[in-house]
Design a protein around this ligand. Sequence first.
Ligand code: IMP
Length: 454
Amino acid sequence: MTVTIVGSQLGDEGKGGVVDLYGDAADVVARYQGGDNAGHTVVHDGTKYKLSLVPSGAVRGKIGVLGNGCVVNPETLFDEIDTLRERGLEPDVRVAERAHVILPYHRALDGIEEAEKEDLAAGTTKRGIGPTYEDKAGRRGVRIGDLLDPDVLRERLEYVVPQKKALAEEVFEKETGEEFDIDHLYETYREYGERLADEEMTVDCGTFLQERVDIGESVMLEGAQGTSLDIDHGVYPYVTSSNPTAGGATVGTGLGPTVIGDGEVIGIVKAYLSRVGTGPLPTELGGVEDQTPDYHGDVDAAADEEELATYIRDEGGEYGTVTGRPRRVGWLDMPMLRHAARANGFTGLAVNHIDVLAGLETVEVGHSYEFDGEEIFTMPPTTEQWARCEATFESFDGWPEVDWAAVAAEGYEAIPENAQTYLEYIADELDTPVYAVGVGPGREETIVVENPYE
Ligand code: IMP
């Protein structure tokens, strides 16, 4: 049986806690897209581990797989594995031979192109994600399997590196160093290949996972980022370069769509919005586009919004795990969630961070958009159209600050009534049941209503 975990918004919905909790019942946790752009924090036996590539399940003794849909920076991979080992863990991490390798020139070009793009810059994590997927689609990439075969590695580098060097030097007029040097890259990456082979880390991902499914093991498929950052279904071009949506789980692992569809697809929803990076955000609080209502009935609404944004940002710890950047914040956006529910076919929802909104008098939700004079209920296909959407808000009575640890221990019925009304509204609108509710950052603070593995 498989359970696929997908972010329904803009990443950072608190997927980690849910993966961690439901992952207890899983034997294998596999990532199907993205790379070391995906910061996640795992707390295990009182110790905090900040990871960006290794699947969180590997901290808890599960097999962690990086699927063929991932882009893998071996330096980050081994740094994270070595750090975990120094702290006494023995992570079992496998990497798909079909996964693509992030090379130093990808990182360099990510930075160069972001600077060049100005208004079109996505505000990337500068981990080389986009340039690596570009090379994958351009059929000039280097795959993990190529690192195991020095002749193939050399051949690939000799073809691609001069092009990348010319791009950096001649098109972008930048000086280049050893990140564009074939011999240096060959030696370094050949060694990574040797280590991957010595530690028997590489797998034929689809076959490996299917065998697990066939013997009755439980597999969790973990998406990074979120639906609105999906290269096809997100707010292009302010997106990442892969498919976090559930379809990515099949393409990015080699398990068939019927296998994934036979299991559950859980959408992770944060009770409000946050976003790193650029692009429109119709329900943004304190942003440039002041579209949110004057909920305090105050003439100085903009200042209030700024204050509210700061409050939510601080309460929610809305600062990037990988980059430390403060995130933009906004109210929940239902058209975004309806779009996500359809694109992913959610069978259940986990709604996180309702504790962060506690203490507010009123909680607003962007229920629909006004778009060119019409009311619409889902996201329009282009980002320029989305930027023209004005959110129409619905107000919910706020809920009090309570002892959330006690609420978590007691279960769903202990959640303050107004917060339950809010949760039921989300479930009704998306026609999808709530499987879990996050009332704090730790896994003990997640209330499980339904366990998909049971
Ligand atoms: P990239 O994935 O580094 O190319 O960045 C592309 C866009 O995705 C940028 O707007 C990033 O801020 C965003 N992004 C990438 N990874 C994450 C993540 O793990 N959480 C939230 N946003 C992300």
